[in-house]
Design a protein around this ligand. Sequence first.
Ligand SMILES: [Cu+2]
Length: 744
Amino acid sequence: MKVLLLWVISIHFVFPDILQGIAIQDSVITGRVLDEQTLDPVPGAHVYTEGMNNGTVTGEDGSFVILFYHGSNRLVFSHIGFRNSILELTNIEFDSTYTVYLAPVPIRNDDIIITAGRMNMRYSGIYSDTKTRAVEDHMRSVPGLDMVTRANFAKDPVIRGLRDSRVDVMIDGMRLTPACVDGMDPATAYIESDNLQAIEINRGQENQSLTSTAPGGSVNFAMARPLLNSGLSGSAETGYQAVSSQRSAAVSFMYGDETWAFRLSGTYRNAGDLQPGNGPRIPGSGLEKGNVYTAILYQPKENHRFNLRYIGDFAGEIGYPMLLMDTRRADAHIAGLEYYWANPTNLINSVTTNIYLNRVEHWMDDYGRDVGQRDVMRNMYMPMYGETTTAGFSTEFGASTGSHLMNLKFEAYSISAFADMLMEHTDPNIRDMYLVNVGDVSQRNGLMGTAYRYFTDNNWILGVNARAEIGFNRIREASAIATYQAEYPGLSSLEPIDIGYSFGISAEKRLTEKLSASARISDGKRLPGHLERYGYYIYQPLDGFFYYGNPGLRPERSSQAEFFITFGSEFSRVNGSTSVWYNRMENYIAGKRMDSNFKRYENMGMATLTGFEADLSVRLASKWSSGATFSFVYGNHNELNEPLPMIPPLKGSVSIQRESEIVSFESRFRWAAAQKRVAEQNSHETRTGGHTLWDVLARVHLTDYLTLQFGAENLLNTHYTDHLSVNSMPGAGRNIYGSIRVFF
Ligand SMILES: [Cu+2]
């Protein structure tokens, strides 16, 4: 037996061609899936060998790698919105990369696709096309992703316990800088589900985002694109959520001929006060906002395409009952032009160039509050204003040859920010005070990133990525400069130049037909954000302190390791993945306590985070399936010898669902354990208890033109507090909701 094994192994190494020629050996087929009309890569397409129960999903660049078995000679490609395509593998050329073109069909069932790394998340088919839901409702199905809740609006993504400047949040590859210094406007505030095609989540530093040095990873909201040759179509949806008396409506129109396509959509939502479980409504938690999205696609020649898009988001009054003040008005304008050039040379598959400009203006005040009663800043009104402008340019090259894939990206962007406030005493004899919170600050950054992947003959995928970043800081407002010169007399310059980088390697091995294992390690430095450097007197409701920035901050270093296992595919009865990761941070940037009210950003030694994520899905019968997710983060600030603040507790979900063409439904439990590990020395963090919530959801496709969605979340009206909710704002109680969608 041993001799035979040795013989097989030596034959394999000495005569690999013989084995491939007679097709005893399973082999790897690599390729790319492109949209036949736009020549755009098609991410998330299913690829499987016919009759072999073996499949994979294409990555963000449309690439795939699949084990090819002796006995099967047809590869099937499928994707929602495209006709299936079959690749006959009669004469296999093992060293070439196959390109497969899919023909689009007019989309009716426009599900939002959620990816995490190269994985397509198993995501409830019931929510996935409900466009009146807030974007955060769609995101919460991903283990390892949590949300900071400040109000009944605009939740802030947290990946593996990291947030703010440690996570890059982008809209269609464009960066956006929130304008509110209290965190009322994360990027999720400006995105409506109706405009979304996909939410692309990268967990950790070693990831698919070429120019992100953020240690937490990145979230990209990929916007829906107009489709060529789709004719005129549209949809309208209206919905109601009882828990906050929320009414919402979304309308969209699409048109496409051979060279032009456009899309125009608008969403309006208006909500009253939120009803927590088993308790009275929370006064002042309502909201009102409108959003428009338009995109124009022009394809003058087969391999050239331009896509111009604009998002306008206009918020009226938005209540933040747990903060000191409410949003009075917030306007965002996000505009970008993308140019896509397919197959410029034999080696280069694509060049994607993006140029964008966005601007956010945010007004908030506490005129609606009783300032005579509060602990902080008593008897004082504090109207605040903030604005940011972000402009950027990027160009990305994708190349492949045989079993090698390579991407290269250059990016330059600039952020300018200003924020100020007035302190108006209720006693008219006391003079008003004026304060600049962000004094004409700018950051201009240049980045370069590259990723390379090699698919070996013996089922390894080896990857390397490297990114470098340079950042120039400016502060220009005279009073802010004077303040910082006085605050930090030892600093030679208030305008440092920062250097950041990240470097990662990964190895993935297909162990058996069903099982893959991979390991990744990375090291990187992220640059301090503009509020960490220059924010002044900024109230941080997460821990109740006012923060000062620190122009002398050094970049924060993160070294990470991850071990990842996937088993099965969407075509097998059982599939899932699990990941164990470790993140060691040096020069960790946090607020250092100065007194009982103030903190200053400093590099505070070492912090470590570790955790795991798991998801499992089992097909019980043809229409029935069951799934579970699980995630855990453990964070420690070694320097202070206490837990890191705002770390999500152990949590998970269990669901059972029936999906069919007409009636689909799901019953789901979402649970979270208590979080007893809180930061008590350096922050005022409160413990939270555990909870389990029961949701029941249904969707009915009444006709081709009409879909109904309804259900109840937190059916038992359980009172609970999510650990990541600011000032322990209670979570939503029983939410009976319904929506109706028509297509035309
Ligand atoms: Cu604000």
